[in-house]
Design a protein around this ligand. Structure first.
Ligand SMILES: Cc1ncc(COP(=O)(O)O)c(C=O)c1O
Length: 361
């Protein structure tokens, strides 16, 4: 079976010596490997301020708190995502307010965001779903007009671009996930990017019990709640090695994605996610759209190609029942959605075979 997602590690002979060095260094908790990883990640993806975190969820929780989200506030978000995008809003005691999604892309619809803003709205969470950037210029303008924070959930979108900039740099905060099946994994781990450096000290305290590293534990005075959300040296070391290999991984996702876009633009009944012309997707998953998605899924599965939807619309979970409302854009998108294999492991021959099966279907 050609899978939809696959774990990627650099060759053993490259990774293992680094892993062995950190494991027996005597310093496996947060330390220099983490700080080196932060610097290398920031440089590689052209981010101003980057902090290593234990997960993407931890980074998102931090972003929400730093954006001032607290009990009783509202956060406008998308139901078309993995659950941590929205459960982390509940960590803050805030209410999730759904914006509908654009049925052409599966991403949050800026017009729907605008009509859902109230005096309680503190932030917008925009997910670059499957690696396709949201309509960032419009969302940035809305956030600025109403004085609310824009948080980019880039968990699916490492390497994507918008208006020539790396994804995650246009929002007030951005988060990346290095969980097992993402473009780049550190087993678990994440990054928080911060546009305004005034938040860096608070973010560092938030990721480590409310304290700053380097201050003697007998002298520290905790003044705000912090969590055990920091990155370990072991994670940082894996990340440092992964960054040396990430370009070829991203290039292959993009090359396969562009190939499918080109092929499917001339097949009747088959469409694909369309995003803002300023956006450069990184195709973590390939989003095919068709009224016949169930039949195509069956034909691909029978031919040994994994194809399916990957997430349940979050509004369907009981925990979000207070946020219930009609979401016609989401319903239209979800019905037509089918993810097909597109990542670094899909060879040129395999992608041709996948297109052939779809053409024949
Ligand atoms: C869109 C999205 N946001 C946030 C997360 C949370 O990331 P993590 O698993 O690293 O906590 C994930 C993935 O798991 C995700 O897919």
């Amino acid at each position: 079976m050609i899978p939809i997602v696959k774990v990627s590690f650099p060759p053993k002979e490259v990774l293992m010596p680094v892993l062995e060095a950190v494991l027996y260094s005597g310093q496996v908790a947060e330390g220099q490997y983490v700080y080196d990883f932060e610097e290398k990640f920031a440089k590689h993806f052209n981010m101003p301020n980057v902090l290593g975190m234990s997960s993407g969820t931890a980074a998102l929780h931090a972003a929400l708190v730093l954006a001032g989200v607290g009990a009783g506030d509202e956060v406008i978000s998308t139901p078309m995502t993995a659950e941590p995008t929205n459960t982390s809003i509940l960590y803050c005691g805030a209410k999730v307010v759904w914006a509908d999604v654009d049925p052409l892309s599966g991403n949050i619809d800026p017009e729907s965001v605008r009509v859902n803003i109230t005096s309680k709205t503190k932030a917008i969470v925009a997910v670059h779903y499957a690696g396709y950037p949201v309509r960032l210029a419009e969302l940035r303008a809305i956030a600025d007009e109403y004085g609310i924070a824009l948080i980019e959930d880039c968990a699916h979108a490492l390497g994507a671009t918008y208006a020539g900039k790396g994804i995650g740099a246009i929002g007030d905060f951005g988060l990346f996930s290095f969980q097992a099946i993402k473009h780049m994994t550190t087993i678990d781990g994440g990054v928080l990017s911060i546009a305004d450096e005034k938040h860096i000290t608070a973010a560092k305290k938030f990721r480590w019990f409310g304290m700053l590293k380097g201050v003697p534990r007998t002298e520290v005075d905790i003044q705000s709640i912090g969590y055990k959300y920091n990155m370990s040296n072991v994670t940082g070391a894996i990340g440092l090695v992964q960054l040396d290999h990430i370009n070829s991984i991203l290039d292959k996702h993009k090359s396969n994605g562009h190939y499918y876009d080109q092929q499917f633009s001339s097949i009747a009944g088959i469409d694909f996610a369309r995003c803002d012309p300023q956006a450069g997707p990184s195709y973590w998953l390939y989003t095919l759209l068709s009224d016949h998605s169930t039949d195509i899924e069956k034909a691909l599965n029978e031919a040994g190609v994994a194809a399916s939807k990957l997430h349940k619309p979050n509004n369907l979970h009981t925990i979000f029942s207070d946020s219930k409302k009609p979401l016609p854009g989401l319903d239209a998108f979800y019905k037509r959605l089918l993810h097909i294999p597109c990542g670094w492991w899909v060879s040129d021959e395999e992608r041709e075979r996948i297109v052939d099966i779809i053409k024949r279907g």
